[in-house]
Design a protein around this ligand. Structure first.
Ligand SMILES: [Zn+2]
Length: 118
């Protein structure tokens, strides 16, 4: 049997001490995440709340962009200020289903509810 060191061409295993991979709270992709304010900062301000007092979730840029291009600040603040409400929305669910199949490395542009293929 020929001695072949197959291992030498393999990429290194991920470092154990790296920051744990985090996934988008909506689509579950492991992408670069941004803090999404479930209650928009502007809406919080109107109630005298500081940004750091508002609930946030970690979303990928595509999901966050989608929410902000689809819903008004008022809608986000009154109807979509929980993950449950967002997930329950039919449009959001359709977007999430689509975007979850996109590679995390690919920049997904979500400019509105009709901008992604069905
Ligand atoms: Zn996402």
């Amino acid at each position: 049997m020929a001695r072949k060191n197959a291992y030498s061409t393999w990429p290194d295993a991920p470092e154990e001490n790296e920051a744990p991979a985090k996934a988008c709270a909506l689509c579950g992709r492991e992408a670069e995440l941004v803090q999404h304010h479930l209650v928009p900062i502007l809406a919080g301000k109107r109630k005298g709340l500081k940004p750091q007092d508002l609930p946030t979730v970690e979303l990928c840029a595509a999901c966050q962009q989608y929410l902000h291009s689809t819903f008004s600040i008022n809608e986000l603040a009154t109807q979509y200020h929980t993950l449950e409400a967002l997930r329950a929305d039919e449009q959001v669910a359709r977007f999430v289903k689509w975007v979850s199949k996109q590679p995390a490395s690919k920049a997904v542009k979500a400019k509105g509810r009709e901008e992604f293929p069905r």
